[in-house]
Design a protein around this ligand. Structure first.
Ligand code: MN
Length: 252
């Protein structure tokens, strides 16, 4: 794998063309491509050299990222920094560890995003909403908070999840109120612009109005759904929200 470097010319090409040439063509162009020691070893040596010199600016960050790309594991970089700290100085070890921790940070697993969302709200996420799954795109969850007097449910949508177009019918009264509790979502009435939803937003949906609600494409979302009592209430489920329409929503 040949190393190619353009940072010198990009940053200093007009100010110091000779330095840019040495940087891009000689240091990175020739020296970094010398195969007598492995690329991974060269990355480690560079990190050690910068650490020993007390250089802990963006160039160290760059070379730590480089080392990670070259296959240096978290355990290896920890051992390298610890070893070097004995010879180069303890505070340098701390400084480099603080940077290495960011570079080798673990990506958040999908399961943790749900847990992080749950931690943002006082209401439980509840169980997978299997009973209504046929009327949803994506996975939703339902936690009943009240099933008598006024029905109140905490509904949680995974990113991209939304319910189909639907209508809450009633002869009198009825309809639905949404109280947003966590994450970002959308509400749309038939023939109108979709409106973004954030925690604290309240949506009053009259009986007979065709609408849908759900999460934003990139965010978990939860709202309380209140069933407004009425005479002769029923729900009518209609077509799914078209992918193209949903993915065109970009105001969040
Ligand atoms: Mn509804």
């Amino acid at each position: 794998m040949a190393i190619r470097q353009t940072a010198g010319r990009e940053a200093l090409g007009s100010f110091a063309p000779e330095f840019a040439h040495y940087n891009d063509d000689i240091l990175f162009g020739e020296n970094w491509n010398n195969g007598d020691i492995s690329h991974k070893t060269r990355c480690i040596i560079t990190v050690v050299a910068l650490m020993s010199s007390g250089v802990t600016d963006s160039s160290l960050k760059y070379h730590l990222e480089n080392a990670k790309k070259a296959g240096v594991t978290r355990a290896e970089i920890a051992a390298v920094i610890t070893h070097t700290a004995f010879y180069a100085g303890w505070p340098k070890g701390w400084a480099v560890f603080n940077m290495a921790k960011e570079v080798w940070a673990e990506a958040v697993p999908a399961g943790d995003a749900k847990a992080a969302h749950a931690a943002e709200m006082p209401f439980p996420i509840g169980a997978p909403n299997d009973g209504f799954a046929q009327y949803f795109i994506g996975q939703s969850y339902l936690a009943p908070l009240s099933t008598e007097q006024v029905g109140i449910y905490n509904v949680t949508f995974e990113p991209g999840c939304r319910n189909n177009w639907h209508i809450h019918h009633a002869k009198s009264g009825g309809g639905q109120i949404l109280i947003c509790v966590a994450g970002h979502g959308w509400y749309q009435e038939w023939g109108k612009q979709a409106q973004p939803l954030r925690p604290g937003d309240v949506v009053k949906i009259p009986a007979g109005v065709k609408h849908w609600h759900g999460a934003a494409a990139e965010s978990w979302f939860s709202h309380l759904a209140l069933e407004v009592p009425g005479e002769g209430t029923s729900n009518q489920w209609c077509e799914p929200v078209a992918d193209a329409d949903y993915h065109a929503l970009t105001d969040l």
